[in-house]
Design a protein around this ligand. Sequence first.
Ligand code: FES
Length: 157
Amino acid sequence: LSEQFEQVDSILADHAQEQGALLPVLHAIMRSYGYIPGDALGSIAGALSLSRAEVSGVVSFYHDFRSEPAAPDVLKICRAEACQAVGARQLETHAKASLKLGPGDSCHQRGITLEAVYCLGNCACGPSVSINEQLHARVTPEKFDQLMLALDCQRGK
Ligand code: FES
């Protein structure tokens, strides 16, 4: 493992004797690096007697883990039921297409990371979206495009 990820070895050593250490190890790596480096998957698998595919499968299954660094602006689209009933799923499809999100749900070109969230406490006014923790209600695809334009303007793009 490269020097850049040397903390991974110490995290693995800390959890070496634990039963079911994979999730605690992945959370610790997320806290240290903000993502799970692809270069670390082999070391994690080796240390925990798992296959690389098993580790990779867990990383991609849980929304808490990302496999590449996050872009700086964080966009959350509510995926819970009340928002889905008023178009959150279509909004998410629109957002992913318009931002051309890559693996890890980040658009580095526009500096945006999409994160899953299951209720933003704004259920009566969905679809709900938060951008850098600021809540937006009744977000249609058109309103979403306006919000993205406003975000670009704030950043002087
Ligand atoms: S269900 Fe979307 S904000 Fe609660």
